[in-house]
Design a protein around this ligand. Sequence first.
Ligand code: NAP
Ligand code: ZN
Ligand code: ZN
Length: 349
Amino acid sequence: MIKALGYGATAATAPLDRLEINRRDPGPKDVRIDILWCGICHSDLHTVRNEWHGTTYPCIPGHEIVGRVSAVGAEVKGFKVGDTAGVGCMVDSCRTCPDCQDGMEQFCRKGAIFTYNSPDAHLGGMTYGGYTNVVVVDEAFVLRIPDGLDPAGAAPLLCAGITTYSPLRHWGAGPGKKVGIVGLGGLGHMGVKLAHAMGAHVVLFTTSAGKAADAKKLGADEVVLSRDEEAMKPHAGSFHFILDTVAAPHNLDAYTSLLGRDGTLCLVGAPELPHPSPAVFNLIFGRKSIAGSLIGGIAETQEMLDFCAAKKTPAEIEIIPVQKVNEAYERMLKSDVKYRFVIDMSTLK
Ligand code: NAP
Ligand code: ZN
Ligand code: ZN
């Protein structure tokens, strides 16, 4: 057993604080990673505060992990000590069901084992995420961080990157396509960068007027203040695809009415409370869809990392010491993040 340190919560209303935890010794197929950087995803906040009503405490979140390989099991082929490696939202799955076989482990029919707050088959209890100094993961769920990516800027790609890359690819973002991104937070800023890198015409919808200049720099061709009805009107019926990353309930009709024929509004934001029911007529006229998407599979996550290295699209980050995590959560709730907090895990002592 490895004695490790974590930063987590013992109750939904408790602030995160230092905790002592155990990690398993690496088995033959395991990689031990000394964690350097961990991004802060809004899902961490939803989970720590039990907003999705399934949290077991203590809860140590974090699923945007980058670190250095410090040990490998005897059968590990793809990693060696000293490599820079990443872990995203999953650490295991059944690997035999049709969805796992298709490389979509996130939809594993037996239930993917998520990086935190999932049953831990090795040690009992629940899995602990990346707000820790060390993690041990089967190599099948460990990602290579390409040389061309700054390790800290790569960390948010493990969730924010893949969660936007996967639906953009699935719905064919590329040249000749008009793509909307709703919300310029952790996911949204990667959505803008990736859709731009894929060659789409990108329109950012934001509630924060102050983010317009940044959005243009990140790759948005146009920026629309979503609460300004007059600014929304000229875009009616014109989009192929809109990716909605907003972490709070809002009116979806504002976006379905902007879709063209056969257009899709894909929701990746996962607020605690439901959105107001969408108007069916907005969908019937134009054969439009409202869809959802969940992260992406392991192979696709590696593809996304390689794409980001080639296109030079790391996340825009603000590095914080672990002691500032609770403050960072409050800022995230005020949309005051540029555009992803990344914890320097060397500050956890
Ligand atoms: P975030 O950094 O907090 O960004 C969310 C953005 O949404 C904000 O920056 C803000 O952008 C906008 N926003 C917030 N409140 C709003 C409101 N009341 N009305 C309109 N816009 C609002 O969060 P994130 O880490 O990107 O995560 C976003 C959501 O995706 C969360 O619910 C998270 O749990 C979920 N998520 C889902 C998946 C998946 O696989 N489906 C994966 C990761 C995260 P503006 O200031 O530009 O308006
Ligand atoms: Zn996440
Ligand atoms: Zn499976």
